[in-house]
Design a protein around this ligand. Structure first.
Ligand code: HAM
Length: 433
């Protein structure tokens, strides 16, 4: 009987060694830009109490309703604390960062905490291009008593756009909207329900449910019939308080001052409950239906609602897999080449080759050897395949003379190096780097 082969879980990816340089490039670029903007890294667990996500993202949000990946404990002995609370893999970073902000009393330590994270998130979605069950986000959250400035909304948006540009993605569209304060949002909710009530049965089945659960989501339904109904509603932002309007105007002026093009989109409401005031989405039309490369907004009530101090906050997250899709393989990152490949021409020289290999690495050179014995021809083929700059050969003749043969693979030049001069030679090679 054949042993069972295991497959990758649906909606997840292996990131193979040849792809890692693209990932590291994105992460390194992100880290250095985030530093410029004053953000510091935070790492929270990849699972948290399910209730944390329910309370923050909202019971009625699609993620909570359909996409939470819950953890289950198997062993009875583990069950104590794992069952006392329900745990879930994190579907996003914001709730976890806010939990940590509160638990670590960051408000008492700094007036504005500018935090960033890079890591995997999990949603039990129906997988398709650009939509995964395990995906990665680069996110920022600016939280604290001094975070209630429209300039910070503009800074966060500008940072998202700048990061994407640095990743080589420039043809993006930025859409912005405001939901106003919690009270404005409630008034809008009511107004929308009143206006939609007579047309309720004409809405798509999903929107009929949204009407009950979270009527704002009807605004961004992709169904043509729903779109027509929404555009016929004649919605005016008269539910928005004067202060909220002024706040949003200030965000827009700041974006214009930075020459960041944006489109105001009154139908942009975002799927998570915690947003207030500014919301935004950055999309790349080349990505097809899953075109959002990043999104975010302000969430002024969340910290207090999760038991923390009454401080405001704003943030965003970019999707790394979508960034890679948008790069369309145009970005090439070269991997560092192997400096020296060691070849032992017989079992009796392997020990010495292995020792010299260790010396070369201690010297700071990127080195390796052919562990599988073989002819010089097959070992040279291997050295070519790994694109080694030099090959060091330990053969009978060389060893008898206490030398090694060193071949420069680019020029073809070959010389014999006495073993007592080897460390000098290794230093020379290191200087070429
Ligand atoms: P979100 O819009 O749910 O917001 O996700 C942000 C980004 O993550 C999306 O624009 C997309 O690029 C990526 N993303 C989301 N779901 C998937 C998926 N299933 N597969 C691949 N990529 C995906 C948030 O998560 C908020 N926490 C953003 C935020 C931070 N708001 C304030 N602070």
């Amino acid at each position: 009987m054949m042993n069972k082969k295991f497959a990758l879980p649906r909606g997840t990816n292996d990131i193979l060694p040849e792809e890692i340089s693209l990932w590291s490039n994105i992460e390194t670029t992100a880290r250095s830009i985030l530093r410029l903007y004053g953000y510091r890294e935070i790492r929270t667990p990849i699972f948290e109490e399910t209730e944390l996500f329910r309370r923050s993202m909202g019971q009625t949000s699609e993620v909570i309703q359909k996409q939470m990946l819950l953890l289950q404990s198997q062993k009875q002995s583990d069950a104590n604390d794992m069952q006392a609370a329900s745990y879930a893999l994190r579907p996003e970073g914001t709730a976890a960062v806010v939990r940590s902000y509160i638990e670590n009393d960051l408000d008492k330590k700094e007036s504005l905490s500018k935090l960033f994270y890079i890591g995997p998130m999990f949603r039990g979605e129906r997988p398709q291009r650009g939509r995964l069950r395990q995906f990665h986000q680069i996110g920022v959250e600016a939280i604290g008593p001094q975070s209630s400035s429209p300039y910070l909304d503009a800074e966060v948006i500008a940072l998202g756009m700048y990061l994407l540009k640095a990743f080589g993605i420039s043809h993006v569209q930025l859409k912005i909207n405001t939901l106003g304060t919690k009270e404005d949002k409630a008034a809008f909710y009511q107004k929308l329900r009143n206006k939609l009530e007579p047309k309720r049965t004409d809405l798509c089945p999903d929107c009929q449910q949204r009407f009950e659960r979270n009527v704002l989501r009807v605004l961004d339904c992709k169904n043509e019939k729903c779109k027509t109904i929404v555009s016929g509603l004649g919605l005016e932002p008269d539910w928005l308080s004067r202060d909220s309007q002024k706040y949003f105007e200030a965000v827009q002026s700041a974006l214009s001052d930075l020459n960041i093009p944006y489109k105001e989109d009154p139908a942009l409401v975002r799927g998570l409950d915690y947003y207030t005031h500014t919301v935004f989405e950055i999309s790349d039309s080349s990505l097809g239906s899953q075109d959002a490369v990043g999104a975010g907004g302000r969430y002024n009530n969340l910290v207090a609602e999760l038991g923390g101090p009454p401080v405001d906050a704003v943030g965003f997250a970019l999707g790394v897999e979508r960034i890679l899709l948008a790069q369309e393989g145009k970005i090439k990152v070269t991997e560092p080449m192997l400096d020296i490949f060691f070849i032992a021409m017989g079992e009796e020289y392997e020990r010495e080759a292995f020792r010299l290999l260790y010396e070369a690495r201690r010297c700071g050179l990127c080195a390796d050897m052919g562990y599988q014995r073989g002819s010089i021809k097959s070992q040279m083929r291997l050295a070519n395949k790994v694109e080694a700059k030099y090959v060091m050969i330990l053969g009978e003749e060389e060893m008898r003379r206490k030398e090694v043969a060193l071949k420069n693979m680019r020029s073809g030049h070959q010389e014999n190096v006495p073993l007592h001069n080897l460390s000098e030679k290794l230093k020379e090679i290191l200087q070429e780097k």
